[in-house]
Write a new protein. Structure first.
Length: 75
């Protein structure tokens, strides 16, 4: 029986902390890039860099550091 007052704890929606300004900027940039129809890794990286979105330490995105960051953020 569904109990709306007791929502499910869905793992991919659980946060251990509030999103930082970096997290929110990355989310917005990813929504822009993917909203334009880009879904391949190389295209996403190109799109992030074209928007001026940088890594948390200010570096440009590469396929390697993007994949590592997605893994880190999903842990």
């Amino acid at each position: 029986m569904a109990r709306p007052q007791e929502p499910a704890n869905i793992a991919w929606q659980t946060r251990t902390r509030a999103p930082t300004a970096y997290d929110l900027a990355l989310i917005q940039a990813l929504e822009t890039v993917m909203g334009d129809g880009t879904h391949d890794l190389a295209g996403i990286v190109r799109g992030l860099n074209a928007l001026g979105c940088r890594t948390e330490d200010g570096a440009i995105w590469t396929e390697t550091n993007f994949a590592a960051e997605m893994k880190r953020l999903s842990a």
